[in-house]
Design a protein around this ligand. Structure first.
Ligand SMILES: Cc1cc2nc3c(=O)[nH]c(=O)nc-3n(C[C@H](O)[C@H](O)[C@H](O)COP(=O)(O)OP(=O)(O)OC[C@H]3O[C@@H](n4cnc5c(N)ncnc54)[C@H](O)[C@@H]3O)c2cc1C
Length: 402
């Protein structure tokens, strides 16, 4: 049996191509959009023009049977900048929900609308978190009620912290159909552009990823056609009937989360690698006590550890991405492991990079300050570090750890 870790030609080309864009377009714009705290539409448009932002790009990366293309591309994008990286990648959260739960017809209808085109790029939002339902997804209060006479769903509730909330053309929102079933009584809906009743008035101010728009989204009797229920009514009714009869669902939502986590972990690795490379160069050039600071073991060993941790995290991400693409069961929560490790490495590495730059690291003149702020979100969103540990400990013990 063969085993190798070399990238194939397409993967190497992809890495070089995305890196080139990150280096020439994203990096030079990073500080400006972080300060402005706005979506960098011109960068999005550049990415759309070269085919880095759009449906086809996602299809190309998803078609790689090793599963590595998406993590490779994400690492390079976020090496460029976390905030702009998220402005480019945020749409894929909604696309992943449509891909994961939608019918082929829904995929064809809605995914291109999520991206727009190179002349007029659009973004999409995935709205699941609520003020009272963050880690505890099952306690969601937004409700969707079906009106048979008009074949419409009426959705009412409030969503919190949605990436691209309110500035998106397409919003994918989750809501409870039967609250007594917890997360098994929920469904996802496409809210088409311009639908009345959806509003997001206030942009939220953040510590990091400031070029990515975040907002609370309010749903006031939002009416969408029956065809906007992802997966369709028949499949929903069957799913609810199974849940009510107590039948366990083999293809659970947990697997969906495990599948998306390596791609998120790769983003964290990109930020960490950017900070590590910057600190390495700085340490070779900064002279104190008559020698470059890297000639002190305290600094050199810190850099050695940073590099080792980044490489270790990447291997976990690649393993989980490969497992997901090849339908391997995540028996030990390997998807969660990858995101947990990558997020914690990103926080530790960017903090160390600031330390290696000393006072300069604390100033906005150097990118490690921004990278440090950007990295922190990776122990919080897409499941906090504590929730990842919960998933792993339940998987390895087979017990309902709380
Ligand atoms: C910048 C940003 C972008 C986001 N984008 C989106 C988006 O696009 N769509 C979306 O739906 N959501 C989004 N979120 C929301 C994000 O996913 C949630 O913030 C996250 O899931 C945590 O939920 P919470 O904030 O309610 O924290 P809580 O669930 O209230 O957790 C608070 C603390 O308690 C801990 N905790 C909770 N339960 C347990 C437990 N059982 N055991 C141990 N510890 C526990 C948590 O780990 C955490 O440390 C975004 C958030 C941010 C900040």
């Amino acid at each position: 049996m063969e085993f190798w870790l070399d990238l194939n030609e397409e993967q190497s080309d992809l890495r070089e191509w995305v890196h080139g864009f990150a280096e020439s377009v994203i990096r030079p714009a990073a500080s400006e959009w972080d300060e402005r705290e706005e979506t960098p539409w011109p960068v999005l448009q550049e990415a759309a023009k070269i085919g880095l932002y759009g449906f086809e790009f996602l299809i190309n990366t998803w078609s790689d049977t090793t599963g590595l293309s998406l993590p490779i591309a994400n690492e390079e994008l976020f090496w460029g900048d976390g905030g702009i990286g998220m402005a480019i990648s945020g749409t894929s959260l909604a696309v992943a929900a449509i891909y994961g739960s939608g019918t082929p017809e829904q995929l064809v209808e809605w995914v291109p609308q999520c991206f727009g085109d190179e002349a007029d790029p659009k973004v999409a939002a995935f709205c699941s978190t609520e003020p009272e339902a963050g880690s505890d997804v099952g306690s969601m209060r937004s409700r969707a009620v079906y009106q048979e006479a008009t074949d419409e769903w009426v959705i009412t509730g409030q969503k919190a912290y949605a990436t691209n909330g309110g500035i998106a053309d397409v919003h994918v929102v989750t809501a409870s159909i039967d609250p007594s079933l917890g997360s098994r009584g929920q469904a996802a809906f496409v809210v088409p552009p311009g639908t009345k009743g959806l509003a997001a008035t206030k942009k939220l101010k953040k510590l990091g990823l400031r070029a990515s728009h975040t907002a609370d989204v309010f749903l006031d009797e939002v009416r969408v056609p029956g065809s906007c229920l992802l997966g369709g009514k028949e499949a929903l009714d069957e799913r609810l009937a199974r849940a009510r009869s107590g039948t366990r669902n083999k293809n659970s939502a947990m697997r969906t989360f495990e599948l998306s986590r390596p791609a998120v972990g790769a983003q964290a690795i990109g930020i960490a690698r950017g900070a590590y490379e910057y600190a390495l160069e700085y340490a070779k050039n900064r002279v104190q006590f008559g020698r470059p600071i890297i000639e002190n073991q305290a600094i050199a060993f810190a850099l050695a550890d940073m590099r080792m941790e980044i490489d270790a995290a990447r291997l976990l991400v690649w393993r989980a991405a490969w497992m997901g693409r090849n339908d391997k069961p995540f028996t030990a929560g390997e998807g969660s492991m990858s995101k947990l490790k990558a997020g914690e490495v990103a926080v530790a590495v960017t903090e160390k990079a600031v330390q290696i730059l000393g006072g300069a690291g604390y100033l906005r003149e150097h990118p490690v300050e921004r990278m440090f702020r950007d990295a922190k979100i990776y122990t919080i969103f897409e499941g906090t570090s504590e929730i990842q540990r919960l998933v792993i400990s339940r998987a390895i013990s087979g017990m309902q750890i709380r």
